[in-house]
Ligand binder design. Structure first.
Ligand code: NAD
Length: 352
């Protein structure tokens, strides 16, 4: 197949990890007989420097026309003045919103060779394979806000349609996996959560009778995620709960440098990016871990292009590289480590 992929390297280590990932995609294309074209555009701090805005029109137009978007990271000290009118992160929020990307998927599958990197006991982590699906465009982050000298409010609002579409996304994913969906809310206290629970229950009964549904309160979920992470398959939750739970879940895998993400909507175009930031402390040194970006590229193949075997081939190659202890410095602080390019090459060498 032919696919047009828009590449947004961004700031800090973004250009390094993206540059290391494109040869992996090219190697997959040549092995499986595909043609991927890559068009690079600006987003974040570099876009502010070059165009005065964090999301130039040309970037958004290219993303709308593309099959998928691969993103590095945005931000850095140069653009972090809190009084600045334009900030790199605005570019990210704007592109997700403009493309209607309402579901953020974060797989968490701790790798055997990297178990030591997690603060959680290794025996709890073996076999953990979770995808957290976080609602991305609604809830308290986007509701009306007020502030006076004596108080402040943030409105949390969800519509039936917003809950339906993200539950459907998560349930469809669970159907392709182990067939179990955990819906997380705070239905004992919040009205939006009671709506969430009612809608999730109905959608699952009517459309996904083959997928088991379990409701979990967010406070107990925070506990169970660490005490029995193997019990979960797909977890779906609203925006703020998802923000917090996905960061908690990332600790199961140890390094930020191993965690990929996809932001998806109803169309096929999605944005694929590592969950970490632009790591200004190591930018330009050639030591950033590229695995999270490479695994994000695997998600791109799976979710936007429908290339499951190709995605699985990348994931297996990253696993094999980790098995062979091809570690960047974040995974092997006191041991032997390789640079960004060598780690990516190790993946290419193991693509089979
Ligand atoms: P960060 O994720 O950039 O870095 C946290 C720590 O993890 C640092 O010590 C960094 O060196 C390390 N790290 C991160 N990714 C790594 C990798 N691939 N390999 C090796 N080590 C890695 O978070 P931060 O320091 O809080 O933020 C830095 C900048 O990134 C800020 O401007 C922030 O706003 C931005 N940020 C962007 C995104 C995004 O683009 N989606 C997400 C989070 C933070």
């Amino acid at each position: 197949m032919h696919a047009d992929i828009v590449v947004l390297p961004g700031d800090g280590i973004g250009p390094e990890i993206v540059a290391a990932t494109l040869p992996v995609l090219e190697a997959v294309a040549s092995r499986f007989g595909h043609a991927f074209s890559f068009a690079e555009h600006d987003i974040g701090g570099i876009a502010i420097d070059r165009h005065g805005v964090p999301l130039p029109d040309a970037t958004l137009e290219a993303a709308r026309a593309a099959d998928a978007v691969l993103l590095g990271a945005v931000g850095g000290p140069k653009w972090s003045d809190p009084k600045a009118k334009v900030r790199p992160e605005q570019g990210l929020l704007a592109i997700r919103k403009a493309l209607g990307l309402f579901a953020n998927l974060r797989p968490v599958r701790p790798h055997a060779a990297a178990l030591d990197a997690s603060p959680i006991k290794a025996e709890l982590l073996a076999g953990v394979d979770i995808v957290v699906v976080r609602e991305l465009t609604g809830g308290i982050y986007f509701g009306d806000k007020t502030r006076s000298d004596t108080d402040a409010t943030d409105l949390c609002r969800y519509s039936v349609a917003e809950v339906e579409r993200v539950v459907r996304r998560a349930a469809a994913l669970a159907r392709q996996r182990r067939g179990h969906l955990t819906s997380v809310d705070k239905a004992n206290v919040l009205e939006t959560s009671r709506l969430w629970r009612d809608v999730a229950t109905r959608v699952m009964r009517e459309e996904f009778p083959d997928v088991t549904l379990e409701h979990q309160l967010v406070d107990s979920m925070a506990m169970h995620l660490l005490s029995k992470p193997r019990a979960y398959d797909v977890i779906v939750t609203e925006n703020m709960f998802g923000d917090i739970l996905t960061d908690e879940a990332s600790m199961l895998a140890g390094s930020l440098g191993l965690l990929a993400s996809a932001s998806l909507g109803d169309g096929k175009v999605g944005i694929y990016e590592p969950i970490h930031g632009s790591a200004p402390d190591i930018a330009g040194k050639g030591i950033a871990n590229p695995y999270a970006t490479i695994l994000s590229a695997a998600m791109l193949l799976r979710h936007s292009l429908g290339l499951e075997a190709e995605a699985a081939a990348i994931e297996a190659a990253v696993s094999a590289a980790l098995d062979a202890r091809v570690f960047t410095a974040d995974l092997a602080p006191s041991g032997q480590s390789v640079g960004t390019t060598q780690a990516a090459q190790a993946v290419i060498d193991r693509l089979g």
